[in-house]
Design a protein around this ligand. Structure first.
Ligand SMILES: Cc1ncc(COP(=O)(O)O)c(C=O)c1O
Length: 372
């Protein structure tokens, strides 16, 4: 089915074919403004992660609200969003492949580009690619602050910063992102993880500056912990991404006191296609929503979602509340927003709520499938 047939601008959302990835525009706009206001109040730069939404229209709205630009993880994401008009992109990830680095170096001639490094080979290859293209990029040295993924130990940051500078590249600062801290459930657990992350990032910054190299910025943080990085006095830029949509996994975190509250803005519209005596079946399985972080929550119904396979979801009673009826629309809140988005070509952007709203726009997900 073509997208035109699946959803037409102006139609009631009730007419949208299922399953469909629907954005509640009113909630999305409130989320974008709440995070922008937080960054303004704390005098921090906001560079939201576009790995969440992969969409130039949402990136533009974040920038219009005050973001300096966006982060991406992949070269192909950067190319797709730049091609759709996004002008300030940070690849907050290591790129070691020479062909990808050549693509990024060429891109740096068209947009303001930044990139993370965590190896001497990575810095050398980046410098070679930029020199050949005659372009420049801001370079951040990534420090492993507890995630145990990419990044160097704090004491090793100075050698890489030195190498960046000696290649004539701009050392823009440190990346210190602690991914595993984001979904620690209690505020106390997250606070303890980020306290440790901050001490490691501070040590890295001290070793760089004591070698006489200016460290203009520490960048990092996600939706689960940005309040803590902001309070540290060390970080100057926030990279949170999921706050625009808020998935079920984030909603399962126990709230950080006094933190801005974000609303669910991303839903999978489905409908009941079969009804048994003890369960009903909706027309959305894990080909339309990612299950790596657990199953979706059913919005507005006290029922359990059980994995029904590729194209089906099974709803079972939890208490005395009735199951939705055959043909009824059921709104699912995906377990994990980023890989769910990656399964879809378009967002159906709805104004006026999920029940009575109308389709205001259909947005392409330009960086869908961009995994290189
Ligand atoms: C480097 C980096 N920064 C920021 C984020 C954004 O985190 P979140 O979507 O949890 O807000 C991520 C997410 O994986 C990331 O890898």
């Amino acid at each position: 089915m073509s997208i035109a047939a699946a959803a037409r601008v102006g139609d009631p959302v009730a007419a949208t074919a299922t399953p469909a990835l629907v954005v509640d525009l009113d909630a999305l706009e409130r989320n974008i403004e709440r995070m922008a206001a937080f960054a303004r109040q704390h005098r921090m730069r906001l560079r939201p992660h576009a790995k969440t939404h992969k969409c130039a229209e949402i990136a533009r709205r974040q920038v219009a609200a005050g973001a300096v630009g966006v982060c991406v993880q992949k070269t192909s994401e950067a190319l797709a969003l730049a091609g759709a008009g996004v002008g300030d992109i940070y690849v907050s990830n290591e790129v070691i492949d020479e062909a990808r680095l050549r693509e990024l170096a060429a891109l740096a001639g068209r947009v303001k580009l930044s990139i993370a490094v965590d190896s001497a080979l990575g810095v050398d290859r980046l410098a070679t690619a930029l020199k050949a293209a005659g372009t420049s990029a801001d370079v951040y040295v990534e420090v492993d602050v507890g995630h145990g993924r990419c990044g160097v130990a704090p004491a090793a940051a100075v050698a890489l910063a030195h190498q960046v500078v000696s290649h004539g590249l701009r050392f823009a600062g440190l990346q210190a992102y602690h991914g595993r801290a984001q979904h620690l459930r209690t505020p106390a657990e997250r606070e303890s993880a980020i306290r440790h992350a901050v001490s490691l990032a501070r040590a890295a910054q001290a070793s760089v500056t004591s070698a006489g190299i200016a460290c203009p910025l520490v960048t990092g943080a996600g939706t689960g912990t940005f309040v803590l990085e902001a309070a540290s006095g060390l970080y100057g830029e926030l990279q949170a991404g999921s706050y625009v949509f808020m998935d079920r996994d984030y909603a399962d975190n126990h709230a950080t006191p006094h933190a801005p509250v974000f609303e669910h803005a991303l839903f999978l519209k489905s409908q009941v296609m079969s009804a048994g005596s003890s369960h009903v079946v909706v027309d959305a399985g894990h080909k339309s929503h990612a299950i790596d972080s657990g199953l979706p929550r059913v919005h507005g119904h006290d029922v359990e979602f059980v994995n029904g396979g590729d194209e089906h979801g099974i709803l079972r009673k939890r208490g005395s509340a009735p199951l939705p009826a055959l043909g009824e629309t059921v709104w699912l809140i995906p377990g994990h927003c980023d890989p769910t988005v990656n399964l879809h070509e378009h967002y159906i952007a709805v104004r006026g709520g999920l029940e009575a709203g109308r389709v205001e726009a259909v947005w392409p997900i330009e960086a869908r499938g961009c995994i290189r």
